[in-house]
Design a protein around this ligand. Structure first.
Ligand code: IPM
Ligand code: MG
Length: 367
């Protein structure tokens, strides 16, 4: 099968982690007999430097001509004082919009090999396997009006949280369908004791729940969900929530399982899927070859599952990650108590090796 992918390395550690993710993508394609057509383009700060635009037209065109986009990270302190439309983040937000990627899936899974990384006692965190389904194109991130107005000293700022019924309905359906493929428990997180958006959210999610009688639906306010996520992370299956709450809870979920660097994401719902690690550009460690590529590599696994509908290929990548972690490979962010560390490149190389052997065995069995 042909796999048309656009890679957007972006800023900071983005290029380092995506180059390992592309290596795995290529290895899986070779091993399973697919034809990878890869294009590479600029986004974020890298695009601002070259074209004065965080999302140049050529980038959008390439992404729209692909089946999937693999993104590294955007953001750089060099642009902290730019106006909003000329910040690297604006490029990512526009890309999500251009791709119609309204459903952001962020799994947070506890790996027993990394028990030492979680700040929680193992008995609390073990078994944690959460899928956060974050609405990605609505709420405070995109709501109009938005502005900062007035003169210095007496300025005021406005952001608008806005959700329509169809927007809530479409993300709810995605979450219910995914819950049906898992443990069939869906927690919808809102703040309906205070916000109108959340009242509508809860009403619509409850109504859609009627179409999914096998999924057990519950609701929680975002503040108590934040606490429960730390106290009893293993109780969660699918968490459905709006854009901003999902942004916050997904980083927290990364902390709970021990490393944000491990977390992958898929942004789907439109014609082209967008796959990116949850972590940011980490300018403090960029260029040192020590960034954790696992979030980016696991995003490739999600790409195989959600865009290409190739679950065996996805499982192969995931098995590679579990295998190297069991084997004791640790980038510095995963190393505890003086464990020996490997570079970004060594981590990628070992997973590529695993994929090569596994794909070989797999295709032999299939024949
Ligand atoms: C994320 C990031 C982005 C977001 C930023 C970089 C715009 O934090 O993907 O979680 O807030 O959505
Ligand atoms: Mg975030």
């Amino acid at each position: 099968m042909q796999l048309r992918v656009t890679c957007l390395p972006g800023d900071g550690i983005g290029p380092e982690v995506t180059s390992q993710a592309v290596r795995i993508l290529q290895e899986v394609a070779d091993g399973f007999g697919h034809d990878l057509k890869l294009d590479q383009k600029e986004i974020g700060g890298a695009a601002l430097v070259k074209f004065g635009n965080p999302l140049p037209d050529a980038t959008i065109q390439s992404c729209l001509a692909s089946q999937a986009v693999l993104l590294g990270a955007v953001g750089s302190p060099a642009f902290d004082h730019n106006p909003r439309e000329l910040r690297p983040e604006a490029g990512l937000l526009r890309l999500r919009q251009e791709l119609g990627a309204f459903a952001n899936l962020r799994p947070a899974v506890f790996y027993p090999a990394l028990a030492a990384c979680s700040p929680l006692r193992e008995e609390l965190v073990k078994g944690t396997d959460i899928l956060i389904v974050r609405e990605l194109l609505g709420g405070l991130y995109f709501g109009q009006p938005r502005s900062i107005e007035g003169t210095s000293g007496s300025r005021h700022a406005v952001n608008t949280m806005r959700y329509s019924e169809p927007e809530i309905e479409r993300i709810a359906r995605v979450a219910f369908k995914l819950a049906n493929t898992r443990r069939r428990r869906l927690l919808s997180v809102d703040k309906s004791n205070v916000l109108e958006c959340s009242r509508l959210w809860r009403e619509v999610v409850t109504r859609i729940g009627g179409d999914f009688p096998d999924v057990q639906l519950s609701h929680m306010y975002v503040d108590s969900a934040a606490m429960a996520l730390v106290l009893k992370p293993a109780q969660f299956d699918v968490i459905l929530t709006e854009n901003m709450f999902g942004d916050i809870l997904s980083d927290q979920a990364g902390g709970v399982v021990g490393a944000l660097g491990l977390l992958a994401s898929a942004s789907i719902g439109g014609p082209v899927g967008l796959y990116e690690p949850v972590h940011g550009s980490a300018p403090d460690i960029a260029g040192k070859g020590i960034a954790n590529p696992l979030g980016a590599i696991l995003s490739v696994a999600m790409m195989f599952r959600h865009t290409f509908q190739l679950p065996r290929e996805a499982e192969c990548v995931e098995a590679g990650v579990i295998s190297v972690l069991k084997g004791g490979l640790r980038t510095p962010d995963l190393s505890r108590g003086g464990e020996r560390t490997v570079t970004t490149d060594e981590m990628g190389e070992k997973i590529a090796e695993f994929v090569r052997l596994a794909a070989n065995a797999d295709t032999r069995v299939a024949r």
